[in-house]
Write a protein that binds this ligand. Structure first.
Ligand SMILES: [Zn+2]
Length: 111
């Protein structure tokens, strides 16, 4: 991934704020898992996502495949790859390097 500074993007993307923006129900440092359909037998309304704002990480106590960094959160929630997730975060945080690269020369003009 040239041109994208993941660390910068992650620093500019507080995980709790990103979770809320994605539409995840958050209460304090916990949230409702977006893959709760794979919690067999558990209460699907339960808050099983744990956010660590100081490390900008998260995990679900039931899901092996839910957890990681803020980039992983966007990637797993939206079902996109990490590169797209990073681009989404970059755009969100107005760290628009990739966006600029992507749209450069496409002649997007405001009328
Ligand atoms: Zn889960």
């Amino acid at each position: 991934m040239d041109g994208i500074d993941l660390q910068k993007i992650e620093q500019a993307s507080p995980i709790l704020q990103v979770a809320i923006e994605l539409g995840i129900k958050v209460q304090g440092n916990m949230g409702r898992c977006f893959k709760s359909e794979q919690h067999c037998g558990a209460d699907r309304e339960a808050m099983t996502l744990f956010f660590n704002p100081s490390r900008n990480t998260f995990f679900c106590k039931f899901c092996q495949d839910v957890g990681g960094s803020v980039v992983d959160l966007v990637s797993q929630y939206r079902g996109i790859d990490r590169e797209e997730a990073a681009a989404w975060l970059a755009h969100r945080s107005e760290f628009d390097l990739l966006t600029r690269q992507r749209y450069h020369g496409k002649g997007r003009k405001k009328m």
